[in-house]
Ligand binder design. Structure first.
Ligand code: ADP
Length: 486
């Protein structure tokens, strides 16, 4: 079975969030399961850096305002996954964030950049390799299923995965003709969304099957507010059995406390003690008080409204009063960054705030802290709570999306049963945050229960193999019987 994944990010070459982790880990997991999975990616500088054995195989000329566009074939350097890269320097050879300019504004030609990606990926085939399934990820690849549907039979099946419905790729009506689609697509039964063209809606409307990254988020987006105006379309596709939630996994080669090269000391579920050395090293490095018995909370996140950082700020006084410490890494909205830096200044030896993006530090925080905070207002899947589970760094999460699907609240009963893996907030409010922090610290102080919960957390299986098997099942359901052999 041949599956072409179309996306704009892939760990470790280009990453702004969880999408990159998924695109970096799912294709290798599919390959291990016997699928011929390949990638189709835009020629962003990081992706071109990661491509080895590149050779040009197709010239696409000057489509969509690119002065030149061609497809390179090669392999990603670390994983060896075969990759086709759309090399269009006029559109993609830009340093920094893949979507935003140096002033953090959307590039004004994003609609043409990702229109080219969609058009080129949907028609892509090479020599005798043509995909059975084209699997497009998030709004940037939303036009792929539209072009596939327009091509008519026979064609590859199309799957579209929503990683975050809030980012939709909206295009003003006057720019819609530049997408190159026939004008009849600019219709409520098509890509039109309240007078604009929507890349996200294109994917949701035209793909044969939709997936999102957790079962709970798949349900949530079929109603307001999580459906952000698309709930009607999503509910219709859900009722037709065409929308499923498949949890993301953890790349266990990248996130493994027994081998993680960023950590001062390695540990695992059977030998958890060395983790204390990581905590001591981190406290020293960040200027936190050298207190082995202080419950250390961490947070690694984009700093946006979605992520509920305001709840952390609101709960900070109580956390500190109870003897806790916080080490935070993130970047995002300036007002949230400023509130956090202010908190760090107020509590010099108890709160450390690092503004920026730092992969190595993210490993050190998660491999050292006792708890990881993920109090999101909504969360399609969430990855840092999964990393926390694997590192015995207990997640403190809200009960939304993938957080609700992956963390089992530590109640008296669930601890006694050996099922508990973290702390779940009863609500998304400062009061619920206070209560959750209080419960987390009480758990920390009860060593026996803490060990039980840590062990269950570290034994929880969120490997990609499980999730890959679900995707394979989905791909198979879309193909004629004679094509379903791997
Ligand atoms: P989202 O995709 O909404 O940002 P996820 O939890 O799905 O949230 O994925 C976020 C990914 O980005 C995780 O791998 C997390 O470790 C990483 N990450 C987020 N912020 C930072 C940061 N400031 N430095 C390093 N890694 C970060």
């Amino acid at each position: 079975m041949r599956v072409l994944h179309v996306a704009t990010e892939v760990y470790p070459w280009v990453k702004t969030g969880g999408l990159a982790d998924v695109v970096g880990a799912l294709p290798p997991a599919l390959i291990r399961a016997g699928v011929d999975a390949r990638l189709f990616l835009p020629g962003l500088p990081g992706i071109l850096d990661g491509l080895t054995d590149a050779e040009p195989i197709l010239d696409l000329g000057d489509a969509f305002g690119a002065t030149e566009a061609r497809v390179l074939a090669g392999r990603l350097a670390d994983s060896g996954v075969p990759a086709y890269v759309l090399d269009a320097p006029g559109l993609f050879d830009r340093p920094g964030n893949p979507y935003l300019d140096e002033n953090q504004q959307d590039y004004s030609d994003n609609h043409r950049r990702f229109a080219l990606l969609g058009w080129a990926a949907a028609r892509f085939q090479h020599d005798d390799w043509q995909p059975d399934v084209v699997h497009a990820h998030d709004w940037h690849a939303g036009l792929v299923p539209a072009w596939q549907a327009l091509a008519g039979a026979p064609r590859a099946a199309s799957v579209f995965t929503v990683h975050n419905l809030a980012f939709q790729g909206l295009v003003p009506a006057e720019q819609a003709p530049e997408l190159g689609l026939p004008s009849r697509c600019f219709n409520v039964d098509g890509i039109e969304f309240h007078g604009q063209a929507s890349f996200m809606k294109a994917g949701l409307y035209y793909a044969d099957r939709l997936t999102t990254v957790s079962p709970t988020y798949a349900t949530e987006i079929q109603s307001a507010p999580a459906g952000v105006g698309l709930e009607g379309l999503l509910a219709g596709r859900g009722e037709a059995g065409e929308l499923v939630g498949i949890l993301n996994g953890v790349d266990v080669d990248v996130w493994n406390p027994a081998t993680d090269t960023e950590l001062a000391a390695h540990y695992d579920v059977d030998h958890p003690r060395p983790k204390a050395r990581n905590k001591a090293a981190l406290q020293r490095a960040l200027g936190l008080a050298d207190e082995p018995d202080a419950p250390l909370f961490c947070l690694v996140s984009r700093l946006t409204e979605q992520k509920g950082i305001d709840l952390v700020v609101a709960g900070l006084d109580a956390l500190i009063a109870a003897g806790g410490q916080l080490a935070l890494l993130g970047s995002g909205e300036p007002t949230i960054e400023a509130a956090l830096e202010d908190a760090a200044a107020r509590y010099p030896q108890r709160v450390s705030v690092t503004i920026g993006y730092d992969e190595a530090l993210s490993h050190r925080l998660i491999g050292s802290a006792d708890f990881i905070l993920v109090p999101s207002r909504y969360e399609p899947c969430g990855l840092t709570q999964l990393y926390g589970l694997r590192y015995g760094t207990l997640p403190v999460v809200t009960q939304v999306g993938g957080l609700a699907d992956t963390v089992i609240d530590a109640t008296e009963q669930s601890v006694a049963d050996g099922r508990a893996t973290g702390i779940v907030l009863a609500d998304v409010t400062p009061e619920a945050m206070d209560e959750a922090l209080r419960r987390a610290i009480a758990l920390y102080r009860c060593e026996k229960d803490r060990q039980t919960v840590s062990e269950s957390a570290m034994r929880a299986d969120f490997s990609w193999q499980r999730s890959a098997a679900r995707y394979i099942e989905l791909y198979r359901s879309l193909l004629p019987a004679e094509q379903t052999a791997l």
